[in-house]
Design a protein around this ligand. Structure first.
Ligand code: ADP
Ligand code: MG
Length: 597
């Protein structure tokens, strides 16, 4: 009987291997970017056409390859990164399997140009479906450029399996984020269909996070740092109040390689316990450095999973490091990042000269002096107390709907007034409410917008002159997600190639604020870097509420104060703002009496 077993030809074996390593254009992006990093590049460009289906190209300024190495690079199990089996236990590079280029070349058209420091010219190699079709000299600068065209051209089943450009681009952006966040010391540029999506200069980790996700991030991070014999941990945790509902901002890097580890994720989640609202995800960017001997990266073909030798200890170290950082942050005074009130000057006050506040601190006041006698004797008849009420805008109001029955007993006509251009004070029979005007208004607008979106009953006003907002391709792509919600709200929009035409807006949206609102919607969208958007309606309503709400520092006339209270007391929820901040406090009469007793 003749033998039934035969060795598979190389190109078939490569195609099979490719099935494992290259699932979609984003896999090509990952492999090429990692090779460029391994080549000690200082600047890396990623060029994509049609979400990588037509072209993925990576251009680096790294060490390049000699002509011989160039040919070898596309052979299976050809790698310059390990020689001996022992090397597997001391990996410092991203690659080591020597499969990526061979796999890619088996299922695409690949054109490579490369030049080392010593070479006077660059070498070019073209491969199609594992076959070399051309080899020549070229004139490229030092470094390597690999262009992968027509991915899966010879595997129609794979090509048909690819998702829409939008989804494939999202996967590519995710891979790009992972490499770019792991290497802030390298400059990265990313072009999609001829437009620039990212331009990331060399920087530190924090700055890199902010250039990738948006500058607001810088104030939302707390540093995490821990050094033990087992591991060094550095990086940042996202302050709990800025947590998102999506898992888009969870990054572990081990020895500068992005990894997924449900186990380590659990450790970080444990550190966040009790600090997050239900349904919210912890955000983190954590960089672990461990002895390469103590990890095994070999367990997954695409190398995003790692096995640690001393998992339990690492778990404990990580949890306590994150907990410690969050703890330090918790005891620090909570700064309101939405509004820095000390910087806010009400418009009507801008041109006036500053007048010192009427209350001065009594520097001679000593609470232990004259113990026994009334502590407040010195200030009881202080004439300056009268000054406290001057300038307050008090107004009789006749009716107030209670926010919650228990909160209010409106039996006498209370006087409401604005305090510090920030709060509305509402005195009642047994207590008084001090209401944060900005948060109360956010609540009012949020409920109004959400209602308009979900019931599709936004009222639109036509703009006399349509407005135009510029958009880059990434924003364009993201905008398509929220377009529907905005139209329900009353926006009339026309989405063009690189701009947005606004022809109408909701009737509650002042024309002067429309552009600002759209811009904040776009930047919020950009920060939601995950596919699984929780609810576009909710997000749009929140962002709109935040940009349109009254701010601290804005003076309100008595009519406006009352209108705000009326609207606010009609809300479904009155305790917290849409961003989960407390809206008001109550001061009990008894509390005041105790203090003044
Ligand atoms: P691995 O990265 O696992 O070694 P690859 O198939 O990705 O395997 O690459 C094979 C080899 O080709 C690498 O080991 C490296 O020597 C060379 N190579 C690949 N890309 C580059 C690049 N951008 N610059 C220099 N050398 C490269
Ligand atoms: Mg590689």
């Amino acid at each position: 009987m003749s033998a039934k077993i035969s060795l598979l030809p190389d190109h078939v074996a490569n195609q099979i291997a490719a099935g494992e390593v290259i699932q979609r254009p984003a896999s090509v992006v990952k492999e090429l970017l990692e090779n460029a990093v391994d080549a000690n590049s200082t600047s890396i460009q990623l060029v994509i056409k049609n979400a990588g289906k037509t072209l993925v190209q990576v251009i680096d300024d790294g060490q390049g390859m000699s002509n011989t190495d160039l040919r070898l690079a596309f052979e299976r199990h050809a790698t310059s990164k390990i020689n001996l089996a022992e090397d597997l236990f001391a990996l410092t590079t991203k690659g080591f399997r020597g499969e990526a280029l061979a796999s890619i070349a088996a299922i695409a058209h690949v054109e490579t140009h490369t030049r080392t420091e010593d070479d006077k010219v660059s070498h070019c190699l073209k491969i199609e479906g594992s076959k070399v079709v051309d080899q020549s000299l070229s004139t490229q600068p030092k470094g390597t450029s690999i262009a992968v065209k027509s991915l899966f051209y010879n595997i129609p089943a794979r090509r048909n399996f690819l998702k829409s450009d939008q989804v494939e681009l999202r996967h590519i952006i995710d891979e790009f984020h992972r490499v770019a966040l792991a290497h802030p010391e390298i400059k990265f540029q990313f072009y999609n269909n001829g437009s620039e999506l990212f331009d990331l200069p060399v920087s530190g980790v924090k700055k890199r996070i902010a250039t990738v996700f948006g500058s607001k991030w810088e104030s939302q991070l707390v540093p995490v740092e821990e050094k033990t014999s087992l591991a060094e941990i550095k990086g940042f945790a996202v302050k709990p109040e800025f947590a998102k509902k999506t898992r888009g901002q969870q990054f572990f890097f081990v020895n500068n390689r992005f990894i997924k580890s449900p186990f380590l994720h659990h450790a970080v989640s444990a550190a966040f316990e009790g600090l997050l609202r239900p349904g919210y995800q912890p955000g983190y960017f954590l960089y672990l450095t461990v002895d390469p001997k103590t990890i095994d990266i070999n367990i997954h073909p695409t190398k995003t999973e790692v096995k640690f030798e001393e998992e339990q200890s690492l778990y404990a170290i990580l949890r306590s490091a994150v907990k410690h950082s969050l703890g330090i942050f918790q005891v620090m005074p909570t700064l309101d990042f939405e509004q820095n009130t000390s910087m806010e000057v009400p418009y009507s006050f801008k041109d006036k000269t500053a007048v010192p506040p009427p209350i001065e601190v009594d520097s001679n006041f000593n609470p232990f002096k004259n113990e026994g006698s009334s502590r407040l004797t010195s200030s009881k008849k202080d004439p300056q107390w009268e000054g406290l009420y001057s300038g307050l805008q008090a107004e009789e109001i006749t009716s107030i709907k209670p926010p919650q029955e228990s909160l209010m007993e409106v039996s006498e006509a209370p006087r409401v007034f604005q305090l510090f251009a920030k709060y509305i004070v509402c005195p009642l029979k047994t207590h008084m409410l001090v209401i944060d005007q900005g948060r109360a208004h956010q609540r009012v607008l949020y409920e109004r917008f959400l209602n308009a979106i979900t019931n599709k009953k936004g009222v639109s006003q036509q703009l006399l002159f349509p407005l135009e907002v510029e958009m880059n391709p990434q924003q364009h792509e993201q905008f398509t997600h929220i377009e529907g919600a905005l139209e329900m709200l009353g926006f009339q929009l026309v989405l063009k190639e690189n701009k947005l035409l606004i022809k109408g807006a909701p009737d509650h949206c002042p024309t002067a604020k429309i552009e600002g609102v759209i811009e904040s919607l776009l930047s919020e969208q950009q920060e939601e870097s995950s596919l699984e958007h929780f609810s576009h309606a909710d997000q749009v309503a929140k962002t709109m509420a935040r940009s349109l709400a009254i701010k601290s520092g804005e003076l309100l006339d008595p009519k406006e104060q009352q209108a705000l209270l009326d609207d606010f007391f009609g809300c479904k929820e009155t305790t917290v703002s849409p961003f989960n901040r407390q809206i008001f406090i109550t001061l009990e009469k008894t509390e005041i009496e105790q203090k003044l007793n």
